[in-house]
Design a protein around this ligand. Structure first.
Ligand SMILES: Cc1cc2nc3c(=O)[nH]c(=O)nc-3n(C[C@H](O)[C@H](O)[C@H](O)COP(=O)(O)OP(=O)(O)OC[C@H]3O[C@@H](n4cnc5c(N)ncnc54)[C@H](O)[C@@H]3O)c2cc1C
Length: 266
């Protein structure tokens, strides 16, 4: 059994966001972090490793500096890392990204009892499309929005978050699950992990390594293979201050109901 975890390095948007003249984010001018949901996916895989001894392989598509993030994940306890990187992959939208990541996962190989984990959503692209698209391309059953995962023989019981509750689903391996950051608190790197992370295997999959996969050709990857075009980038208008109603009396409640009625909210 192995867990393959897709991890994206994203700009740290908690600080100052650098914006280019054309309105797009200047990624090279910003600090990077590991996407929060993906940290939960890595931790979920490491907990399955603690339970079963399975192998954990972390996979990221990104520029060469993403190797630093992968080394940190190896120091947390992952066994192997794969960096998918190449000029041919640049400019990929979610369709092309999932095409390339699916080809990388095909190259690693998915066997009967394997699990592919993704974050639910990346904090920069924010589409939540890549995980489900990888599952489609690999023909794997998928469960998204996982807030709890329990191994149950060769099946997994997954609690899937809904707006007003949850669903409990059982899925056979091999499968793909997208994880919420609420799933767990990721562990820190251990001292031993830091000492050994540079001895663990880190493979680079470039275009040459993936080009024989049927999912990869010039029309399905990079800018040319991306059906999405960025039409315009802009910051949303700043919202006006909200209205505060104070008081716990009937008149305040009536005022609130009138306001909500006026806005057709109730
Ligand atoms: C026309 C166009 C051009 C673009 N060009 C570029 C570009 O040149 N450079 C660039 O950085 N971005 C580019 N992007 C953005 C890029 O397509 C998305 O960031 C990427 O496809 C992932 O989508 P997302 O961020 O919405 O991920 P989501 O679908 O929200 O991510 C869900 C999960 O999928 C997995 N995942 C997503 N991306 C990766 C990854 N790269 N590696 C491993 N796992 C991953 C993670 O587990 C993540 O939590 C471009 C987008 C468009 C539309």
């Amino acid at each position: 059994m192995k867990c393959i975890v897709c991890v994206k390095q994203v700009p740290d948007t908690s600080g100052v966001v650098a914006v280019k003249e054309n309105g797009t984010m200047d990624r090279s001018a910003m600090a990077t972090i590991t996407n929060h949901d993906d940290m939960a996916a890595v931790e979920a895989a490491l907990r399955l490793k603690d339970e079963t001894g399975c192998k954990v392989i972390v996979v990221s598509m990104g520029p060469p500096p993403a190797e630093g993030m992968l080394r940190e994940l190896l120091a947390m306890g992952a066994d192997e890392a794969v960096l998918v990187s190449g000029r041919e992959f640049g400019g990929s939208d979610t369709y092309a990204t999932s095409q390339i990541l699916a080809a990388a996962i095909n190259k690693i190989g998915v066997e009967q009892d394997d699990i592919v984990l993704c974050g639910r959503q990346a904090i920069d692209g924010d589409t939540a499309q890549v995980g489900p698209q990888i599952a489609e391309k690999l023909g794997l059953p998928q469960i998204s929005y996982a807030e709890k995962i329990t191994l149950d023989g060769n099946a997994l019981t997954v609690q899937r978050q809904l707006e007003d509750g949850y669903m409990l689903l059982k899925v056979q391996t091999p499968c793909l699950i997208t994880c919420l950051k609420e799933l767990n608190d990721a562990r820190y790197m251990s001292v031993d992990g830091i000492m050994t992370c540079y001895q663990k295997p880190l493979a680079i999959f470039d275009y040459q390594a993936l080009k024989d996969d049927p999912l990869i050709d010039n029309d399905t990857i990079g800018l040319k293979g991306s059906p999405t075009n960025v039409y315009k980038s802009f910051s949303p208008p700043v919202k006006g201050a909200g209205m505060m109603l104070e008081g716990a009396d009937k008149a305040t409640v009536n005022q609130l109901v009138t306001l909500l009625n006026d806005k057709h909210i109730i």
